[in-house]
Write a protein that binds this ligand. Sequence first.
Ligand SMILES: [Ca+2]
Length: 204
Amino acid sequence: MMKKHWGICSRPMALACLLLLAGTRCCYSQRMNDVQSELLVNSINHLSEAIREISAELKPLKEISAKLEPLKVFLPCKSGWFKLKSTCYFISEELATWDQSLQNCTDMGADFVKVSLHEQFLFLQELAKGHDVWIGLRDYEGKNAYKWAKDSTVHVRTALWWEEREPNSSEERCAHFKRDTNKWNDMMCHQTYRYFCEKPLGTA
Ligand SMILES: [Ca+2]
């Protein structure tokens, strides 16, 4: 084959033939790249079009879902949970340490309770009446810097929610509703009390 090939080109034309062959390979390779690029661009265009069509179909569903969202407040909480606006709250009958309480809430698919608004405080205060009840608030480093277990946000002391002169000890790092005053006190975390958990309405 090689012999025949060289015969076609003849010796004076050998260099020209080599250049021609190299050029042909080069052009073929370039052409393949162009074809592959074209196929890729076409595929991307088809995919983009498909995404646009799916998005257009989902839009009405999203709009319906958004309109139904405010109606969630009319859903009940399941038995044993107490509703305030869009949250369901649970108060245990069993006693547990603060750490066990956190774990028990998590095991129920719930959060250890976090209090942000005064109406939440009043609601929980009513539920806690006559009992010591843990809340999900802890001074993790013993520096009187309380954080919520739910989202690690810092709690700024709210005078109305705490007993006077509380929290008062770096040894007492966990917060609870105290049964006699019905306000918050810091206590040793290994004490066993009832505990509060919370879940968004519609999940409890
Ligand atoms: Ca205390």
